[in-house]
Structures are given as C-alpha cells and as structure tokens.
Design a protein around this ligand. Structure first.
Ligand code: PLP
Length: 410
C-alpha cells in the first residue's frame, strides 16, 4: 500500500501547503484536531510582535500595528472558513466564555421559553456552561435537557429556547446535519447555537446559508493558532441589534475610548467583546490564519475523507481491525475529520505509539482518537503510522509499565 499512498500524494492539490508548517523531523502528527502544529509564519510573527512591536514601538503599537483591530481582523479571516459573511465574527476569549455569552443572550431573546437542549455526549464544557447558567438563572429560566444524538429532532418543543449542538462529536467524530437541524429548530421558534470546535478548518461549514443563529469555535485545533489561542464567536447579522451578552466590558462598548461611565453596547459584532485582547496570541493567530486565504475547503474535505478511508483500509490490510473497534460512523460523509477506536488498552497503546514517533490522543474511557488534518498530512505518513501501530499492538509493547502511567493531559 505504500506505492498507493505515494501515488495519492502526487495527486494531492494541498501538497505544497505542508511546507508552511514547522513539524519536527521523524514525527507523524495525527493530533491536529487537538492542537494544530506551528506554522512557520506564526513563529516569525511571535518574534516580530514581541521584539519588533512591543519591544520597539511600545504602546504606540495599538494604533501603529493595529493591535486594537486584531479581534475583528482575525474574525474576518475566520468568517469565510465557516461560511459567514462579513461583520458577523470576532475573535475573543475561549469557547467556554463565548458559550456563556451567547447562551445568556439567546435565553434573554426567548423570554417565554426556558429549555436548553443539548446532546448527552456533548463536550463537557458545553454541558457545564449550561449547568452554570441553570444555577445562576434558576430552572424557570434555564433548564438543561440532555438527549441522545439520535433524539434531537423529536425532543424539540414549544418550551425549548435554545438548541446547543456541537457539529462534530469530539469522541466519535459524528457530523450532525446543520441544515436539517437548524431548520427543524427554527420551525418551532428555537434559536440554534453551533459549536464548531472540530469543524472549523476541518469540514466546509455554511453558517449563513443554513441560517444558523449563533456559533462559537476555537482556533488552536484545525486552524493552527497555537496553544490556548483565542476562540471566536458568530452572531448572525439579523440578531445583532437584539443581542445583549452579559459580560459587558469596555471592548464591547460603542465607544470604548470615550471612557463613558455607563455602558452603551456596540451595535455591531464587537459587542461580543469584553476585555483587552491577548495581543501576543492573537497576532500569532493572525499569521496562522493567513494560510487559509488560498485554501479551498472542498479540497480540504475531499482529502480529509480520502485520508481517513485510506487509514481504515490500511488497518484492514495490516489485520488490525480485530484489535481496534472503530466507533466512528463508517460512512465518510457522516463524520468530521477524525476516527475513534475502542480498545481496552487505548491509553497505553497511544503512549507506546507516541514513543514510536506517531502522535495521536486518548479520550476517556477507552478511545484512541486519530485526527486527519489535510494541510500537512500525507498518505505515506499514514501508511508508516499504521505499520508502527501494528508493531506496537502485535508486540504488546504497550503492556510495559511506563505506558500505563496517566499524564495530566491526555
Ligand atoms: C475543544 C473543545 C472546546 C474547548 O473549549 P475552550 O473553552 O476553548 O477550552 C469546547 N467545545 C468543544 C466541542 C471542543 O471540542
């Protein structure tokens, strides 16, 4: 299969973009769904923004290097990647904080309804944020209802204020149908919040076309913005006048530098901002996002599917499918850009695989998760990764004591 892989690599329209990343030699990286690797331009920007801007131009950089505009500049870079028109996306805070803002605002817009429906296996922070709001507002104003992914549509009723969904399940990789679910919710007067953590930069997203109300997402996964890079928030234009998020900080004020002693919300997407932007990380993100200007998301999706299908075929050829049970949808169109496998010793296998030069990750309780980031991953990489996995699994090398110890971050 190596020859097949090499052939697929020669046909790859994204091949030239791989050299934009500073990946270490000898490492095959299958964890770009958790932390994207370092773009060379981002590394250069880190030096420029510290030594060149902060170090040299000091506070004048807010104007001179447009630090103050970074939230909207990055927002405009992200917008086309998620199918959003201009002036609807800003970059700020984390997904968790942005979820709090958006859910609070959406609940306030639905004053005669109180249920927030989400999936029972949604990412924990999404669930926790609703739990926090429920505690703060009381169940009369915010009641969390968790349902199975297969029961979403039938759970929607006239008491439902907000439907909160993560488009790509972080464990299984299942891709929800944004168009169908958004329209089913709208028919019942429900506002929809989409979490795009595992979608942005991985699958084509069409927020405007599918009539999404609000969305949040992070930039450190497929968008390669760096560890802890700031997140983003999308508010559809039609909601911006009524949208009032509760962390009413000065950056969301209509005129922050008038230093008014009472809050007057910006009428634009900037109302979603709260405090001072993290300039160092947002500058690095700005450089990382520049890569996407020339990238066609249909190529990204086509390669992502081809990579994951190749991986499944390679596991099959190497006789590994008996050992590792795939829990992701087997129909490629029904999943995002990752595959998840169940194995009793997933954690140790993942650690031993890392020792062999292949980085993937583990998700409790027993999942080995593999991300396929099409910008820098080759088919030949995948073949070599599978051969190494076969060695790890068949030799039972993972049973070694050193691979059993749980690290703080998995
Ligand atoms: C990664 C991820 C997050 C992370 O939230 P932060 O607040 O940015 O740390 C949230 N939701 C989903 C679905 C994720 O996959």
């Amino acid at each position: 299969m190596l020859a097949d892989a090499q052939h697929l690599d020669t046909q790859d329209p994204l091949k030239s973009i791989g050299s934009a990343f500073a990946l270490p030699q000898g490492v095959i990286y299958l964890d770009g769904n958790s932390l994207g690797p370092l773009p060379i331009a981002a590394r250069e920007r880190a030096v420029e923004v510290t030594a060149g801007q902060w170090g040299t131009d000091l506070i004048t950089s807010w104007n001179k290097h447009r630090w103050i505009d970074l939230p909207t500049i990055c927002g405009e870079q992200i917008a086309p990647i998620i199918g959003a028109g201009s002036e609807q996306v800003v970059c700020c805070d984390s997904i968790s904080v942005n979820l709090f803002k958006v859910l609070s605002a959406a609940l306030a817009m639905q004053s005669d309804r109180h249920k927030v429906i989400t999936t029972e296996d949604n990412f924990p922070t999404d669930i926790y944020t609703v739990e926090g709001l429920q505690e703060q507002l009381g169940t009369q104003r915010c009641e969390l209802i968790k349902v199975a992914e297969t029961d979403i549509e039938r759970s929607l009723d006239e008491h439902t204020a907000v439907l909160l969904l993560t488009q790509v399940n972080f464990r299984s990789g299942r891709l929800l149908d944004m168009q169908a679910l958004t329209s089913a919710a709208h028919k019942k007067g429900i506002l929809v919040v989409w979490d795009l953590a595992h979608s942005a930069g991985a699958v084509p997203v069409a927020l405007d076309e599918h009539g999404a109300d609000f969305a949040v997402g992070c930039t450190y996964k497929y968008l390669n913005g760096g560890p802890g890079a700031p997140a983003f928030i999308y508010v559809a234009k039609r909601h911006q006048r009524r949208f009032r998020q509760p962390i009413s900080g000065w950056m969301g004020h209509a005129t922050p530098f008038a230093f008014d002693n009472s809050y007057a919300p910006s009428q634009s997407i900037k109302q979603s901002l709260s405090g001072t932007p993290p300039v160092l990380s947002m500058s690095v993100l700005n450089a990382a996002l520049a890569l996407w200007a020339d990238i066609d998301m249909t190529h990204v999706r086509a390669k992502s599917i081809a990579l994951s299908e190749f991986f499944l075929e390679a596991l099959n050829t190497l006789g590994l499918t008996k050992e590792l049970t795939c829990i992701s949808p087997l129909i490629a169109e029904e999943r995002g850009s990752q595959l998840a496998f169940r194995h009793e010793h997933s954690y140790a296998i993942c650690q031993a695989w890392i020792d062999a030069g292949v980085i993937a990750d583990f998700r409790a309780p027993d999942i080995l998760r593999i991300g396929f980031a099409p910008l820098y991953l080759s088919f030949a990489d995948l073949w070599h990764a599978c051969e190494k996995l076969k060695e790890v699994v068949e030799s039972r090398a993972y049973l070694d004591e050193k691979y059993q110890r749980k690290l703080a971050v998995t």
